[in-house]
Design a protein around this ligand. Structure first.
Ligand code: GLY
Length: 342
């Protein structure tokens, strides 16, 4: 097939790469490749840590996404960190949150090991000794999204034209993977949810992903072998430009250094903010529309990196005749077009 992919973030590039591997003719257009959320994302492959009571379908998709990652990373030549996530509670109220997460995971049969403060110190000695307790999620992973984007860009050519203007490209199907700014008539399906992320460089980074609550303030820290530690991420529904705010960055750094006091001496390398593409029900929009020439690969909200390989398979399978996945089928949120009688 001749496929036009609009958007060269991790989703559009992963879809394009899969289609190219299967022998389709693919053109990717994006005036600013890799400039959206995936270029700033921390790279948690953490369906357990990111599971919510509100959207259990996300956990199901996330586990399917995670299962694909080892093979995907190997194929792209990108290392995966496999040390799991440790959930950390600073005080007793935070511990209620950590235990709620553990209870949710237990309901789904996912390993979540409760840790008292002594056990927590054994798992990650750099954590503050004042933590109230935690939970170890050994199945979670992480990856450097910038390394993934670089590997995909080696395999996929991107045309830097304005995706809105270039409507004349010959194609059989168009895949919309433009993050928070879907074109009409789909624009109402995504909303911007700002996240700020701070990149630190430390000579003593934590050994695993840390996701914490600090006096009610959520924070996560994703370490890399290089000494980079990505501290994220605020979650703010807004309709302003996605710029980092003083308050957001202050809260992230306060929570991060409260949990890992050694980071007080870390260098601040980068501060950034991007909009995540949230959907109305927080589930992705991957699949057909009522227009046979338009497929969506959008609405990944907090899970774009985790779900990129799964999305690529779902879109490629769909174009080759498979049924859409009912969990992600965008038509659940789209009205049937009106038909006029002849
Ligand atoms: N998946 C992490 C975030 O969206 O902040």
């Amino acid at each position: 097939m001749r496929v036009l992919v609009r958007g060269a973030g991790i989703i559009g590039l992963a879809v394009a790469e899969e289609l190219l591997l299967r022998g389709h003719r693919v053109r990717v257009v994006d005036p600013a490749p890799c400039s959206g959320a995936s270029g700033v994302a921390a790279g948690m492959l953490a369906p357990a840590a990111e599971a919510t009571w509100a959207a259990p379908g996300v956990l199901d998709l996330g586990l399917r996404g995670l299962a694909l990652w080892p093979g995907y990373a190997e194929r792209l030549g990108v290392p995966l960190a496999a040390a799991g996530t440790v959930l950390v509670a600073r005080d007793g109220r935070d511990l209620v949150e950590a235990r709620r997460q553990a209870a949710l995971l237990a309901e789904h049969g996912i390993e979540a090991v409760p840790l008292d403060p002594a056990a927590l110190a054994q798992v990650e000695p750099r954590l503050t000794s004042r933590a109230a307790g935690g939970v170890l999620l050994p199945g979670d992973r992480s990856v450097d999204p910038r390394a993934v984007l670089a590997a995909l860009l080696e395999r996929v050519e991107v045309d830097g034209v304005d995706a809105g203007v270039d409507a004349r490209v010959e194609h059989d199907v168009e895949v919309l993977a433009t993050g928070c700014s879907l074109r009409a008539p789909y624009s109402h399906l995504v909303r911007p949810v700002r996240g700020e992320a701070v990149r630190l460089r430390s000579d003593d980074p934590p050994s695993c992903v840390v996701r914490g609550w600090v006096f009610g303030e959520p924070v996560y820290l994703v370490p890399r072998a290089s000494g980079e530690v990505v501290v994220g991420a605020t979650v703010e529904e807004h309709d302003e430009p996605a710029v980092p705010t003083a308050g957001g960055v202050r809260r992230l750094l306060a929570a991060a250094t409260e949990l890992l006091p050694g980071l007080d001496r870390a260098a601040v390398v980068e501060v950034a903010a991007r909009d995540r593409p949230g959907s109305p029900d927080d589930l992705p929009l991957v699949g057909p529309t009522h227009d046979p020439g338009v497929v969506l690969a959008a609405g990944h909200f907090r899970h774009g990196v985790l779900l990129a390989p799964l999305t690529a398979l779902l879109v490629a399978d769909l174009l080759e005749g498979a049924d859409p996945d009912p969990l992600t089928d965008p038509r659940r949120l789209l009205e049937e077009p009106c038909t006029t009688r002849p």
